[in-house]
Design a binder for this molecule. Sequence first.
Ligand code: HSE
Length: 303
Amino acid sequence: MRIFCPATVANVNCGFDSLGFALEGIGDEMVFRKTTDKGVTITKITGDDLPMEAHNNVAGVAGNAMLEDIQADFGVAIEIYKKIRCGSGIGSSSASAAGAVYGINQLLDEPLSNLELTRYAMKGEALASGNEHADNVAPCIYGGTTLVTGYSPLKIIALPPMETVYVGILHPHITIKTKEAREILPKTVPLADAIKQSQHLAGFVASLYEWDKELFTESIQDVLVEPHRKQLIPHFDEIRTISKENQCIAFGISGSGPSMFCLAFAKAHIDSYLAKSVALYQENGLQVDSYSSRISGTGCHII
Ligand code: HSE
């Protein structure tokens, strides 16, 4: 069985560790074979230099947590075809963790719910980032845009689709480790900033239910995390200016970076933003990848 696991954008500025969406056409592939030997065996990885031992691999950790818990009488051999670069900020580790549990679920007689799958995928995410957050693995499994409303117990809401939104992803070739990008964040925040951020997240959610474009645009802002992380990303403020000059409606760090996401109501705005941003990085001698995408309504799926 071969599956596709989409790349994802986490945080979306106003929902740190809570909001995320799945991307269309950007993602990894994984192949599953049922084995009589129990547990996960990783038999092949292409596209990146990652550990083959299951206990050191996010797919192995997530898959084994699930297989052990449900006392499966079979195991799986997994091949991983990485297309999402590790440390890029568009959910590379999450795609492998979510893909592993999604794939195993397809082999069960009584499949688990998306919520239960997310819980197991978070175990893999913890290996990569040192923290069990679900803002990448949830949209990777559910598709669309998801909101984590609680971690203990885990609660996830699938938000209404934003069908007329186009997404640009810019990935400058520097590596930012999620663990390190989390360590630089302050442990406490000023009350005024907490209020502002709550208003942004509430405004974002309300805008989706009402499809209020103006409220949507005003709400995708980050006063809590971006001020601390943006210095990790070269030319961040210049790229933001380019996004505004090209009529894009939102711009920010994708997950823990270095990728940046940009949203627009027209594909032409995204394409000209990407072309100008790529040119800026190239003029400064930095390699960069760019993708023009949309929000995918589908998470992991069999291909
Ligand atoms: N919410 C996470 C963070 C996403 O920003 O640290 C990265 O995996």
